[in-house]
Design a protein around this ligand. Structure first.
Ligand code: GLN
Length: 184
């Protein structure tokens, strides 16, 4: 509905994987896995509710593997203290929106993620959230400083950064190989 979905489609295309935009409840029946892109979680909530997609998406998320980036990661967490954002409670943390400060807004850094990648990953953070009150069932895969920035719980993968904004599709590949294909 909103945000950087086209770039995710491009990353998936680089892996030879077909993707489609989900705009209606019918579209949800045609997919095996879902990416909730970055964007603006308040606007996404509004659009999902106004288009009647929040409830069907909530239902689909009970079974679909999902990868949430930035605003998508905020929506997949536990309900936060902001009534403009309605969360799907699919992964056990509370996101703190814009947690790196509005004045910084965006930055990029190199992440070392030896548990899943054999090379460094260039990560772009744009008004990124931090994850608080992280439950024991959540596996942190990458940290920036002391903050987990790539996490997994069951069929849910989230990043506070934007892996779709670099030319390296290896985190998308990890999602496909280790979460989507293994949950079949
Ligand atoms: N700050 C945005 C929000 O709260 C997320 C930013 C992003 O997705 N790049 O929804």
């Amino acid at each position: 509905m909103q945000g950087s979905f086209a770039k995710h489609a491009y990353s998936m295309g680089n892996l030879g994987i077909k993707s489609r935009a989900v705009r209606t409840a019918e579209d949800l029946k045609l997919i095996d896995a879902l990416i909730l892109p970055g964007g603006e979680s308040t606007t996404m909530t509004l659009l999902l509710e106004n288009e009647g997609l929040w409830d069907p998406l909530n239902e689909a998320l009970k079974t679909l593997p999902v990868f949430g980036t930035c605003a998508g990661a905020i929506l997949l967490g536990q309900q936060i203290d902001d009534e403009r954002v309605r969360c799907f409670n699919r992964i056990n943390y509370k996101a703190e929106r814009n947690a790196y400060g509005r004045q910084i807004e965006s930055f990029s850094t190199t992440l070392v993620i030896p548990s899943i990648l054999d090379h460094d990953f260039h990560a772009v953070f744009i008004r990124a959230p931090k994850f608080r009150e992280i439950g024991p069932e959540v596996v942190p895969l990458a940290v920036f400083g002391s903050d987990p920035v790539l996490l997994k719980q069951g069929k849910v993968l989230v990043a506070s950064f934007h892996p779709e904004l670099t030319d390296d599709p290896s985190i998308h590949k990890y999602f496909m190989d280790e979460i989507v294909l293994k949950s079949r």
